[in-house]
Design a protein around this ligand. Structure first.
Ligand code: AQP
Length: 328
């Protein structure tokens, strides 16, 4: 039996943070052997908000190198840059033409992102979920491992696929979101009501995968905590619950056992140990990242092979879509 096709991606719209790792990348790595994996750096998504062109180019390679540094193995997974395959934009246009406006107007991430947007809000930002649907549907994806914030986008992908299939014939596989609820929503260290986010202007809210040990220590030390003393997960203690989730995800220890270990300890001691856990976790990733960035031919080859081998898959889907619609 063939392995389930997994597709996921991250926008190179800023520095990758431990929320991206805990909510997405670690699950990609964990199930690599069992799946047919496609991991994309979704640069077309990044330009839904203004980007500095030189920074974007570098961030795109940085994200690809970080996938590999975090454990994505190019022998087991295909890694590529979205804009290297024009089929994504082509299918997105066709899906635009089958997606009712009303569905799009319900997307909560558009609402959140558009209020934060200081410059003009573009059609691209509004359309982001249709491009994401195209990314997923092009490869006949079965599973989409994502954090909780992307659940609605995978649901609309299914709705769009179902609508297309029922109008024009069975072309698309219906994908499912794979959300591991532990760590599915890592929140800001400065504001537990907001998710940790690449585009948060408050850099103290996020621990980036490339932060140096001193910066990690400072961010964890200055993380907001809740009233009371207990180091325990509780819905009324969102800040400490978040720190416990991070501790657990990066150390591999169960939350219960961390709670037991720190019974009666101070927040200060807990944060000190947490910053050590984070620093030790990041060390090998940063070492491997530096090696990969120093060997640009290696990274180019991985990305080229990824996109070359995937174009035949996406072309096949696109041709079936065009045929079904009577295009060409
Ligand atoms: N805070 C988070 N906790 C858990 N998972 C998260 N993800 C993002 N933030 C968290 C997951 O990471 C993957 C990549 O996300 P993305 O780059 O496609 O877009 P995003 O969700 O909009 O991420 P950011 O960090 O908030 O970026 P900006 O600020 O540019 O919008 C997804 O699987 C996501 O669920």
């Amino acid at each position: 039996m063939s392995k389930p096709v997994v597709f996921s991606g991250i926008a190179p719209s800023g520095n990758l943070h431990i929320g991206n790792y805990i909510g997405a990348i670690r699950h990609w790595v964990k199930y690599q052997d069992e799946k047919d994996n496609i991991f994309c750096v979704v640069d077309l998504h990044a330009v839904t908000v203004p980007q500095d062109p030189r920074v974007l180019k570098d961030k795109t390679r940085e994200v690809a190198a970080l996938y590999l540094a975090c454990g994505i193995d190019p022998q087991k997974s295909r890694v590529f840059i979205q804009s290297h395959n024009p089929d994504h934009a082509q299918l997105a246009w066709i899906l635009d033409c089958v997606t009712p406006m009303g569905w799009m107007q319900r997307m909560t991430q558009y609402k959140d992102k558009s209020v934060k947007q200081k410059e003009v809000i573009t059609v691209g930002l509004f359309n982001y979920p249709v491009l994401m649907a195209a990314d997923i549907l092009l490869y006949q994806t079965n599973e989409v491992p994502v954090g909780d914030d992307q659940k609605q986008h995978v649901e609309i992908t299914r709705d769009i696929a179902q609508r297309f299939n029922s109008k024009y014939g069975e072309v698309f596989t219906l994908p499912e979101a794979m959300i591991d609820m532990s760590g599915a929503r890592i929140v800001s260290l400065q504001d537990p009501s907001a998710k940790m986010s690449k585009s948060d202007p408050d850099k103290k809210g996020s621990v980036y995968l490339l932060d140096d040990p001193e910066t990690v220590g400072q961010k964890v030390r200055e993380a907001v905590t809740d009233s009371g003393q207990e180091i325990q997960t509780h819905e009324e203690k969102p800040a400490i619950s978040n720190l416990l989730s991070i501790f657990s995800a990066l150390s591999g220890k169960e939350i219960n056992s961390i709670e037991e270990e720190y019974q009666g300890s101070s927040y200060q001691k807990f944060k000190q140990d947490l910053s050590e856990v984070v620093v030790e976790f990041l060390k090998p990733i940063q070492r491997r990242y530096r090696e990969i960035r120093e060997d640009s031919t290696y990274l180019d080859n991985v990305l080229q092979q990824g996109s070359d081998s995937l174009k035949s898959v996406s072309n096949k889907t696109l041709r079936a879509v065009q045929e079904a619609l009577g295009l060409g």
